[in-house]
Structure formats: structure tokens, C-alpha cells
Design a protein around this ligand. Structure first.
Ligand SMILES: [Zn+2]
Ligand SMILES: [Zn+2]
Length: 213
């Protein structure tokens, strides 16, 4: 009788304990933004145009440098989803998800391993209210705006690659197609230096978040 009572008490306590909630919890399972493809020439030509444009703008520069021309070409703002490749090239305004998708395509076409980084950042209530007004004013979902934080996306090219015993971590092919997973194990399992851990929520030093974009 006494033991039964104790077990009841323990169970009650466990049930009543609130789960710890992080500011990022709301987006913990949120998929990163992906551009859709019509499966035809319209989208393939658009995608190839982005890759060719990036290659021309890079002009022999550092392969891991950010595609700054994207920032010059597109203004940051509300963009409706789903969005296709043939649509994104005609837009003047895109959000960070679309921007990140384009930059990721550019990096992978260069042969640079890149991750799709997802961030949760704290901003002032004024900024959040301003963005909410702007997004809802254009009938675009404001799901990325929380109470005092926002959800944000960016490309994360792997600059400091781990070195396995044999050969380089990534075979660089300037105009190659995406190769995933990259040769060998992902950086976070290799014991080397990785700025962002894949499929994990990572604490980042602000210095290491500068992707050049
Ligand atoms: Zn299309
Ligand atoms: Zn953002």
C-alpha cells in the first residue's frame, strides 16, 4: 500500500513537470526552404542560368566566397511559397529562404560542400512588428516571426574541412553537379573541425557565422 502510493506520487510529478522550451523549439522540425521544379525546361534553364551567372561573377575568385551578386540582384522581402526556379529568376524581392536556396545551388555547383543553416535570432519587438506588417500586407505567411525571435536561413559553406587520412575532404569540381553525401563521412562525425553540425542545433560564435553574404 505504501509502495503503491509512492509510485503514484512519482508518476504525477513526472507528468506535471513542464518540458523545457527553447526559443528555437517552434522551428525545431521546420524544413529549410526549397525551390520547386516544374520538371521541364522552364525551371532547368532558370537553374542553369543561376549557376552560369555565379560562375561568371566569381571570375576565378575564391570558391568559398559568398555569391554577393545575389544580394545585389535581389532585395530582401516577402516572397510567396511555394516558389519555382523559373519564378525566382523573375522576382526582384525574395526572402532569406529563397536567397539561401540560390546560394546553396551556387556553392554546390562550384563543388563546395555547403549546408542549409537555420537560425533563430532575437530581435526587438519593434522590428518584429514592422516585418509582420510588411509580410501580412502582401498576404505572405509570417510563420518565421515569433514573439521575440525570428527564424532565418542562410547558406553555410564548409570552409574548414576535416582531412581524412586519404585525400582531400571534398573533391572540387568547378561546374560539377551536387554530390551528397560528400566523399567520406560528414564533418561532424569525423572528429575534425566543423563550423556547423549537420542535423543538430549548434551554438555558433558570431565570427564563424560570417558567410560573406
Ligand atoms: Zn518552371
Ligand atoms: Zn532571414
Amino acid at each position: 500500500m505504501y509502495l503503491d502510493a509512492v509510485e503514484d506520487l512519482i508518476e504525477t510529478r513526472i507528468e506535471e513537470r513542464p518540458a523545457p522550451s527553447l526559443p528555437s523549439a517552434r522551428w525545431s522540425e521546420f524544413p529549410f526552404s526549397s525551390l520547386s521544379h516544374h520538371g521541364g525546361a522552364c525551371c532547368e534553364v532558370a537553374r542553369e542560368w543561376i549557376v552560369a551567372m555565379d560562375y561568371a561573377q566569381l571570375n576565378g575568385g575564391d570558391l568559398s566566397s559568398g555569391p554577393r551578386w545575389l544580394r545585389a540582384r535581389y532585395e530582401w522581402g516577402p516572397s510567396p511559397w511555394p516558389m519555382h526556379w523559373c519564378e525566382v529568376v523573375t522576382r526582384k524581392v525574395i526572402d532569406c529562404g529563397a536567397h539561401s536556396a540560390l546560394a546553396h545551388e551556387a556553392f554546390t555547383a562550384r563543388g563546395v560542400t555547403a549546408f542549409r543553416a537555420q537560425f533563430v535570432q532575437r530581435y526587438s519587438p519593434d522590428a518584429l512588428a514592422q516585418w509582420r506588417t510588411k509580410w501580412t500586407g502582401e498576404n505572405v505567411s509570417d510563420h518565421w516571426i515569433g514573439d521575440d525571435v525570428i527564424y532565418h536561413e542562410g547558406p553555410a559553406p564548409v570552409r574548414r574541412l576535416w582531412q581524412p587520412r586519404r585525400g582531400p575532404a571534398v573533391r572540387r569540381r568547378p561546374m560539377g553537379r551536387r554530390r551528397w553525401p560528400p566523399l567520406g563521412r560528414p564533418p561532424d562525425q569525423a572528429g575534425g573541425v566543423a563550423p556547423v553540425l549537420s542535423n543538430r542545433h549548434s551554438g555558433l560564435d558570431p565570427e564563424s557565422m560570417n558567410t560573406g553574404l
